[in-house]
Design a binder for this molecule. Structure first.
Ligand code: MG
Length: 400
């Protein structure tokens, strides 16, 4: 019997949790057989929708759904100029949807197609935050009471919030922070958390590229005795060469890569033993097809996975992360942001978390559906989040 072919491909944009999400639906020539993939690049969702509807759709319609690898390879180079977050996210939407379809055709969850589960639950980390150290400790203890064993600690969001920032006359609007005050605050609040909760819980911290490279290195050294599970994104991708110096100076475990979109960005860090965890945004590198290969390369070099898992990943994307986590021996930890009720209603089959572990729906494929009628009730907006306009005390623009 001939394999089903792709009948239609379209992007669906919806914001049930207030964050713009993009998923791609691939329909096939077989009635009722379709798949969903995550294509969420929340700050440029319209560009991704166009890349899917105007370019991928005509490229894919009529092709054999079973040839995921060939479709990924040919679609990736069909524009000649390739990679980048817009095109990679669009391709991810189709790629994950094809894996979803393959699972449904096989009658198996996707993790079975990836070799089967090598663990029974996926340990997740949550985000604790507080306006001061006392509030942060309470937030950490709240998560511990719910059974979480991995907790990321921030105080006042990325870069901290410092009321004392003295901006010059005529300073432009923005999310002001003081890199120096932030760098000094981190060891102080993490020491306070450790003193309160001890070493039987894993603590993490996200620098979010907010420091000059040498300041990030000084911070990583200073945090060494606190035994973090990892320090996240201490340097921006533009400063990858500084990882060698960071590595030479301390043994604080490093997680890197939520902004990566190109193999040339992660390859030297992985093969050089310069990071401990790879944490790309799976849809931003092109979907499950490249991510499972990246995970295998990391396994060979002793690097673990910690895929990006914020609110601007759709439940379909979170499910894809979890299927990889279940099947990859070198899984480290999974970032988890939780789903508001409206998101659960739009996406039936959302993964669940119980006592610190995430579980996928055991339905064939990725296990997550979409209610199109409900999705249409939550149109996407165009306002950028305030934190994307970060500024230093003198008013100059900073990486967010
Ligand atoms: Mg991060």
């Amino acid at each position: 019997m001939a394999a089903p072919t792709i009948r239609d491909v379209r992007a669906i944009a919806t914001a049930p949790g207030g964050i713009s999400l993009v998923v791609v639906k691939v329909e096939t020539s077989e009635p009722g057989l379709d798949g969903l993939g995550c294509a969420t690049f929340t700050q440029r969702w319209r560009a991704v929708v166009s890349a899917v509807d105007d370019y991928l759709r005509p490229f894919l319609v009529g092709k054999d759904v079973s040839r995921i690898e060939d479709l990924w390879q040919t679609a990736m180079v069909s524009s000649y100029w390739r990679n980048g977050p817009v095109l990679n996210n669009a391709l991810s939407g189709a790629d994950m949807a094809l894996w979803d379809i393959k699972g449904k055709m096989a009658g198996m969850p996707v993790y079975e197609l990836l070799g089967g589960r090598c663990r029974d639950g996926v340990a997740v980390y949550r985000h604790a935050d507080g306006r001061d150290a006392e509030a942060l400790v309470a937030s950490v203890q709240g998560f511990m009471d719910q059974g979480y064993r991995f907790i990321r600690c921030q105080m006042g969001g990325y870069g901290g919030r410092h009321s004392g920032v003295g901006a010059p006359d005529g300073a432009l609007p923005g999310a002001y922070y003081d890199p120096d005050a932030y760098a000094r605050s981190v060891p102080a609040f993490l020491e306070r958390v450790r003193a309160q909760v001890g070493f039987d819980v894993e603590l993490l911290h996200d620098v979010h590229e907010r420091l000059a490279p040498i300041e990030a290195i000084r911070l990583a050294k200073r945090l060494e005795p606190l035994r973090l599970f990892f320090l996240e994104d201490p340097l921006p991708p533009e400063n990858n060469d500084w990882f060698r110096m960071l590595r030479a100076q301390c043994a604080t475990p490093i997680a890197m890569g939520e902004l990566f979109v190109h193999p040339a960005e992660w390859s030297p860090l992985v093969s050089g033993g310069l990071i401990d965890f790879i944490r790309v945004h799976v849809s931003a590198i092109g979907g499950l097809t490249p991510a499972r290969k990246l995970a295998a390369v990391c396994e060979a070099f002793g690097v673990r996975t910690a895929w990006h898992g914020p609110g601007d990943v759709s439940p379909v994307g979170h499910a894809a992360n979890l299927h990889l986590d279940l099947a990859c021996p070198n899984f480290g930890v999974q970032e988890w942001s939780g789903f508001p009720d409206a998101v659960r209603e739009v996406f039936p089959g959302c993964p669940e978390v119980r006592r610190g572990y995430a579980y996928v729906s055991e339905a064939p494929g990725l296990g997550v559906g979409i209610d199109l009628e409900k999705a249409a009730r939550y149109p996407c907006g165009d306002r950028l989040p305030a934190w994307t306009l970060a500024r230093r005390p003198d008013g100059s623009a900073a990486r967010p």
